[in-house]
Design a protein around this ligand. Structure first.
Ligand code: EPZ
Length: 420
């Protein structure tokens, strides 16, 4: 297994190019199941989760031809509709194939994804919505067995909770359904917006894109033609590197970024003392010498993203005063706290709220990554901790960050990837 060895750096300097969004790429790859012909996707990030989903599609019989920053996916050769446990267990977002496979083939077996480090991750809302659309769903021996004896029919769906992949799954199922499906309380994340925009440009009329109420006019089983597209920039990767600039007090410029997707993150960093120069697809952070304490509550987009909570918690250890960080979406997304405490951070956990007393000088030590975003928080801490920090189990990091150590090394970080 690999680990990252990090030593504190003076200021970082230079440009970091932002890759395509992992959480946009995953539904967009699943969406190719709805296509009549091959689909060309560019600006795909080079991360494990994308490779895993493409492997799943290949296991079903699809053809995936890779090129420098993308893939040509042809799902016309799919001859299997069972997504097996061995793949699904490594990436719960595999559930995103459920809606499209069911819509196209009328039957599907997908292994229950199970929970993950940050929480239970139920999919009850996905299944309930598909049943409302006419699917028959049984859970047998750890698998979701779904069939649509009479095809999927459009209907009115109201999600009890806002679910990102749940919204994506139902939008894709509704794309081939008979009639109109409305989704109330839909997720408005940019990743869901891009999925809707591409479907809307491919003959599936979707109204209300970007709002909490979507109306999808299905093609009644007619496969669609999807033109080549580029994945939107990864707003969470971008936010992570902005935190790297803030925590090391470095002026960094991010390129190929979408500032519009980072409103809540930029606003919180401004509250903590940073300022920004923002152009069409670049952001330069001008960090403050003193970092101010902050109050953060994670919510659905466009509010502050839960996927940035761990990174801001690491930053808050360097803020003067008491920061309060409340995690409202997941039941167990504070596992980075114990590792930061081992580095000397003064953090108190009380249920879903972390209280961070800063500023503390962190000390480097061996720490263990526990989930994707916790890993990046530990890297941020390592950039400013005294001494050497070794971040172990970085397979978590490799699931969602494209070339993190080389991107940081290119702006002056003392970071290297080694073998245990
Ligand atoms: C997506 O997960 C992201 N993953 C997550 O990013 C992100 O943290 C999350 O949305 C919230 O923004 C992908 O897009 C691949 P949800 P998802 O369904 O769709 C509850 C990362 O770090 N819920 O929006 O699985 C659920 O328990 C990852 O890149 C139900 O109760 O999240 C949670 O409390 C981590 N029943 C809340 O909704 C359901 O059927 C939000 O979950 C579905 C969800």
């Amino acid at each position: 297994m690999d680990y990252l060895k990090i030593h504190p750096t003076a200021a970082l300097e230079g440009k970091i190019n932002i890759s395509g969004a992992k959480n946009a790429s995953l539904p967009l790859i699943a969406m190719t199941i709805l296509a009549k012909e091959a689909v060309k996707i560019t600006n795909l990030p080079n991360v494990v989760d994308i490779k895993t989903l493409l492997k799943l599609l290949a296991n079903l019989g699809a053809n995936c031809d890779f090129f420098d920053d993308g893939v040509l996916v042809n799902t016309s050769s799919i001859n299997e509709t069972k997504a097996t446990y061995d793949i699904v267990k490594t990436m719960r977002a595999s559930i995103l194939v459920l809606g499209p496979i069911l819509a196209r083939f009328g039957h599907c077996e997908v292994s229950l994804p199970g929970g993950c480090a940050i929480g239970q991750r139920p999919i009850d809302l996905h299944l309930k919505a598909l049943e409302q659309m006419g699917a028959k769903i049984d859970i047998k021996a750890g698998y979701i067995e779904a069939s649509t004896p009479n095809g999927l029919k459009g209907c009115e769906i109201i999600f009890d909770k806002i679910t990102v992949t749940g919204t994506a799954n139902i939008v894709m199922a509704a794309a081939l359904a008979k009639g109109v499906t409305s989704i109330t309380n839909a997720a408005r994340e940019p990743e869901v917006v891009q999925l809707c925009e591409i479907l809307n440009n491919s003959g599936v009329t979707i109204k209300g894109i970007g709002t909490a109420i979507l109306e999808i006019h299905g093609t009644a089983g007619e496969l669609i033609n999807i033109k080549e597209f580029a994945v939107i920039p990864d707003r969470i990767e971008a936010g992570t590197y902005l935190c790297a600039g803030a925590i090391t007090k470095s002026e960094l410029t991010l390129t190929n970024v979408e500032p519009k997707h980072l409103g809540a993150v930029l606003s919180k960093l401004e509250e903590m003392g940073s300022s920004f120069t923002i152009a069409k697809d670049t952001i330069t952070i001008h960090p403050s010498d003193e970092i101010k304490a902050v109050k953060i509550i994670t919510q659905e987009y466009p509010a502050f993203p839960t996927d940035m909570q761990a990174q801001f918690l690491a930053l808050a250890t360097q803020a003067n005063g008491v920061s309060i960080i409340e995690e409202k979406l997941f039941e167990n997304r504070f596992m980075h706290v114990s590792e930061l405490q081992r580095m000397g951070a003064d953090i108190t956990l009380n249920g879903h709220t972390a209280t961070v007393n800063g500023k503390t000088q962190l000390s480097g030590t061996d720490v263990m990554a526990t989930d994707l975003r916790a890993s990046s928080a530990l890297v941020l801490a390592g950039l400013i901790a005294n001494g050497e920090t070794n971040v172990h189990r970085i397979y978590h990091l490799d699931r969602g960050y494209d070339s993190l150590e080389s991107k940081l090394k290119n702006v002056g970080a003392k970071i290297q990837r080694l073998k245990e």
